[in-house]
Design a protein around this ligand. Sequence first.
Ligand code: PLP
Length: 295
Amino acid sequence: MKSHPKYNLTRTIGNTPLIQFDDNPSVKLKLEYHNPTFSMKDRVALHMINDIHDINEDIHIVEASSGNTGASVAFVCSYYGYDCTICVPESTSKLKTELIKKYGGNVVSCPNEGMDYQEYADHLGRKDGYLYLDQYHNKLNPEAHYLSTGPEIWEQTNHKIDCFVCPVGSGGTISGTGKYLKEMNPNIQIIGVDSKESNIHRFYEGCEPLENPNSGVEGLGKQEKLPTMWFNYIDQIVTVSDNQCFRQMKRWATDFGLFMGPSAAGTLFMSLQIQRNHNCECIVSLICDSGWKYI
Ligand SMILES: Cc1ncc(COP(=O)(O)O)c(C=O)c1O
């Protein structure tokens, strides 16, 4: 256990800005890339690690992540003085893995064949002195958003939000935020954005899942239905293609100065369509991370 540094930078997590388009103020963007490691996963990492902090001091933390949660976990661990190992899929962008290392985390890059990144993290987490946080099965993942993202959006929109649009991977962000917003006003539409190459929307609609869905957009989509996906708070799941996400990513940066990751770009693209089709007066699009992570 290292000594605590002077500053508690984890206090800078959350309270991210909500902005709107000048020519279309009905569309609001919740800029989660303003979190310290540039994604909404800082909220989740802090909540999961705070939960174990009082119980266990000398522990090696393990997490499985497509990259964003890994950086967030490594960041929070650097504050608390925990060692950590992050298991990532081989396809994770170099910048994301570099960021984990810069915060002092170890990175294990796992191939899709054999033991994948989640299985390897589970295996590692069973060793003595190791603890696997497991965002994919940990109720603290959606709970972090129930306690922070949801209330922030509710207050920042002066309770006027009528639609929330959010990308779906583990489902933590949409589930926790959606639950809070539905409790405040059950008429708010909660809409998920999934990859066409994913099984989440297929499970949601009760369709046969694909055998090997393979989203090319990091963080977006999943092959299986996870306990962190609370479908009862979701009204609809729409889909985007990898191509749409990457094209829109370029467009938002070039035309609007909004440099976001591809899943966020696809989500914003769908939010504009939803706003037109549903005639929403206050629609919030969750911009989950920054584009520089994909350079
Ligand atoms: C870039 C990106 N987009 C979308 C998601 C999906 O978010 P959630 O896991 O909360 O569903 C993630 C999750 O890791 C992500 O990293």
